[in-house]
Each structure stands twice: as C-alpha cells, then as structure tokens.
Design a binder for this molecule. Sequence first.
Ligand SMILES: Nc1ncnc2c1ncn2[C@@H]1O[C@H](COP(=O)(O)OP(=O)(O)OP(=O)(O)O)[C@@H](O)[C@H]1O
Ligand SMILES: [Mg+2]
Length: 423
Amino acid sequence: MTENTPHNPTLLLVDDQVLNIELLQHVFKDDYTIVSANSGAQALALCASQLPDLILLDVVMPVMDGHEVCAQLKADPRTRDIPIIFVTGQNNPEEESAALRMGAVDFISKPVNASIVKARVRSQLMLRQTLRQVQDLNLNLEARVARRTSELQQALEHLQQSQEELAHSAANATLSTMIAGVSHELSTPLGNSKMVAGTLAEHARDTVRAMQAGLLKRSGLEHFMEQVTEGVALLQRNLERSVELLADFRQVAADQASEQRRSFDLAHAVNEILNALSPSLKRHPHKVVVDIPDGITMDSLPGPLGQVVVNLVNNAYMHAFDGRSDGVLTIEGRLHGEHVHIAFIDNGFGMAPDHLAKLFEPFFSTKIGKGGTGLGMAIVRNLVGKTLGGRITVESTLGAGTRFDVTLPRVLQGGGASQLLLK
Ligand SMILES: Nc1ncnc2c1ncn2[C@@H]1O[C@H](COP(=O)(O)OP(=O)(O)OP(=O)(O)O)[C@@H](O)[C@H]1O
Ligand SMILES: [Mg+2]
C-alpha cells in the first residue's frame, strides 16, 4: 500500500481502552499515519479538523457508542464517505449486519488478529482509492467532453459563418460578373441611341436654319421627315433593348442581393438569369435550350436558385464544352405534384468515375489555377439541400455528357426570408 500512495494514509483509531489503541498502533504504525481518540466525541472533533482515510471504530464505549459516532459521521456530507470498520467484542451476526446497515464497510471481532485487520484495512483503502480514481476520471471525462463540445460548437459556428460568407461572396461574384456583362451589353444600345439622337438634333438644327433663311424646300422637308422617322425607329429599338436588359438584370440583382422569398414563375426566373448571363455566354458558340413550360409557379428563394443555375451553366461552358463548338445545355423543368424537377443536361465531355465521386467536395477542381476554385458544386449542393430544401443527383458518362437532376419543393417549407446555408 505504502509504495502505491504518495502519502501514508491516515487511520483514526477510536476505542475507550488505551490498551486496544496501543495494540492497533503497533500493528499499523509502519504503514500508516495514526491518530487516535478514546471517546466518540473526541473522534467527531478529530474528524472535523482532519479527514482520516479510514476509521477503526469500537462499538461499545461509554457516553457515545460507536453506532452513534457512525450515524453522525454518515449524516455529515464532509465525512460521509470515510470508510468505517467496526471493531467489537460482540461477535454475533446480528450485530454485524446492524453495523453494515449503518454504513460501515466491514466488521472485525476482538480480539483482533493482526494480519486479518491489516488485510481488511488495506483492501478497504485500496477500494476507496480506486473509487476516487474512477470518480476523478468521471469528473475529468465530463470536463473533457464539455470542453470538446464547446470547441466543436465554436468550430461549427465558425463554419456556419464562413459558409454564409462563402454564399454571400458567391452571390456577390455572380452579381459582379453580371454587372460587368450587362454594363458592357448596355453600352451598345445606349451608345447607338446617343449617336442617333445627336444626328437627329443636327438635322433639326440645319432644317430650322434653312427654314429661317427661307431656303427650306419641300423636298428638304420630306428628307428631314424621313430621317426623323428612321432615327426614331432606331432610337426605339435601342432603348427597348436597354430597358429589356435592365428589367431582367434588376430582378436578378434584387434576388441575388436580398435572398428574399417570393412567388415566381420558374421559366421566367430561369430566362431572367440566362438573359443576365447572356453577355458572357454570347462569347462562346454553345447554346442553352430552355424547355420549361410557363405557369410553374414556385414560392421559394429565387436568389439561391439563380446561383444554382449560374453555377451549372458556367460549369457546362467551362468544363463540358471546353475546346468544342457544338455544346448544347438543355434545361428542362417539370412540375410533379408539389415538386419541381429541373434537369441540366449537357452533351459535353462527361466525367470519369473518380472525378464524379469528388464532384461535390469543396476544392475539387480540374481547373485550379485556371479560373476554378472547386467551390461551385459544394455551394450548389448546400443551396439545393439546405437552403432550398431539395436534392441534387448527377449522372455522367465520359464522352457522352453530364446530367444534373434537381428536385425542389414547389413551396419552400418553413423558414422565410434570408435562410442560412447551414440550418
Ligand atoms: N458539366 C460538367 N462536365 C464536366 N465536368 C464537370 C462539369 N461540372 C463540373 N465538372 C467537374 O467538376 C469539378 C468541380 O466543379 P466545381 O463547380 O465545384 O468547381 P470549378 O468549376 O472547377 O470551380 P468554381 O469554384 O469556379 O466553380 C470541375 O473542376 C470539373 O472538373
Ligand atoms: Mg464551377
């Protein structure tokens, strides 16, 4: 025992007979620190000042007997767990079971046998030490689990925050690409309109001047009227194109910026996105064919849906049709009961099985360093699964193309306006 414990355990010997105490002192003095008391009251006072590791308690004592001492020690939370071994001359089973009922851990009869009392004390102390270790371990374990849980909670919060930031940066990226494309696209009709308006103004000035000088002939007036008619038609066409571009872009930009839930027509929303993307898509020879009947009304989040469309269209253009000129991406939309099914089918290169397996993993890209970050499909899966409450599956055959199937609830359940990526 001694070699296993850093300090000698303390034994409290309680007996009204000095001889008995001396005997036990003799037995234990080499292995334990001994304190002794020759009355119940003294034993309780000692326990209040220093907690012994074990008590050998005589049962029959004047004034306060061992049972009373035991009852008081067991009633006090500070001393309740100190193991008590009763030592008594009354060697009968009833006495023994009464002692155990009172909370004593063992019962030894007088006259004590040195080796038996030593063995019993040792085994009780070992038991208590083991119990303490288990309790410590439990406490430790709880603290460790609590610490790990809070660390994990924090990590999760960070993750949610970065996912949100990612979603916002993806929305912003979509937005800035569109702004660049649409501004470029707008500059043509607006430039044309400005030029036509300038020419018309010049003709008008010339005509007025000729009229004031009395030089305006009928043929001159007719020529001017022709120019005005042509100019106005040109102005109308160019301004209509500008208004069209702006109208689609305005809705897409509002949806991207706000992530507001609203009711919308699926075909209309997809076409708005494609129109806003058209300036950059027009630079390639490929085609997007939209096969979605009018009248599929959704009540959901058009912003995130737009990001899904943008990513899948961009992926087809960037990966499936790379180096080809006959790429076709078909977007099919159908209503099945309360679910909307949208398929994105390209006739491109397709993916090898090992690429397909990693498709949705963040940072998997075959275009790292060439414009790809590998986040597109991870974001798409999150938007479809978490934000829009649906699911996405993919099939791909190398050389034959890729097909994404997105199934979404027609009416988004629960939630409301801005939904987070990770709920
Ligand atoms: N339609 C497709 N046809 C063939 N390969 C595709 C297609 N869509 C995705 N891939 C493959 O999956 C990879 C991951 O796509 P993902 O959109 O996640 O990343 P990325 O397009 O490379 O980069 P970004 O983060 O800019 O979208 C791509 O690098 C490409 O190899
Ligand atoms: Mg991508």
